[in-house]
Design a protein. Structure first.
Length: 160
C-alpha cells in the first residue's frame, strides 16, 4: 500500500500529485476512505514512476568540479559566439532565480543547476549573458536568446 497525505475538499473528482517526494491525494469530502484507497492502489504504478522521476531530479548530475568546468566551458563558448562579456561569473545558491545579471555585468549562476542537464545549464548562462545587452525581458531580449538558441522555449520548460 502506498502512503499518502489526504486533503478532503469541496471538489468533484479525486486528484493525485507528487510534491517533495510526498504523494498528495485531494478527494471529495463525501468520498469513502475505501474508495480513495482503491483508486490510489489502481494508480500505484503511475505513482511509483512519478516518485522515481522526482528522486532522479533531486540528485546531482555532476560533482562540484565537473559543474564548475561545465559553467566555464559554456561561458567561454557563449561569450565568443555572442560577443557579450561579463565582468565576473559566480556560482552560488540563489533562492529566487536560476541566474542573475547585475547592472555591473556580473553574472551569478545558481548552484542548484548541478541537478540539471547540460543544455539547461547552457540556456541559463545564455539567458544571463543576453541581459548584458538587455536588462529586461523585452521582445528584443527574447529575440537575442532565440538567435543563439532557437529551441530555448523547450529547454526553458524543463526548469521547474
Amino acid at each position: 500500500m502506498i502512503s499518502y497525505k489526504l486533503e478532503q475538499k469541496n471538489i468533484k473528482n479525486l486528484y493525485i500529485r507528487i510534491k517533495d517526494n510526498t504523494v498528495i491525494v485531494s478527494a471529495p469530502k463525501k468520498m469513502k476512505q475505501k474508495t480513495i484507497d482503491e483508486i490510489v492502489q489502481k494508480k500505484s504504478k503511475w505513482i511509483s514512476n512519478k516518485l522515481k522521476e522526482e528522486k532522479e531530479q533531486l540528485e546531482d548530475k555532476y560533482n562540484k568540479e565537473e559543474f564548475i568546468e561545465i559553467i566555464k566551458e559554456n561561458v567561454n563558448d557563449l561569450t565568443k559566439q555572442t560577443g557579450l562579456y561579463p565582468n565576473k561569473v559566480r556560482i552560488r545558491e540563489i533562492k529566487y532565480a536560476w541566474g542573475s545579471c547585475s547592472s555591473k555585468k556580473n553574472i551569478t549562476i545558481n548552484m542548484k543547476l548541478i541537478k540539471y542537464d547540460r543544455e539547461i545549464i547552457r540556456y541559463v548562462i545564455l539567458h544571463e549573458l543576453c541581459h548584458i545587452r538587455y536588462m529586461n525581458h523585452s521582445k528584443e531580449f527574447w529575440e537575442l536568446v532565440k538567435m543563439y538558441m532557437p529551441n530555448y522555449n523547450e529547454i526553458r520548460k524543463k526548469l521547474k
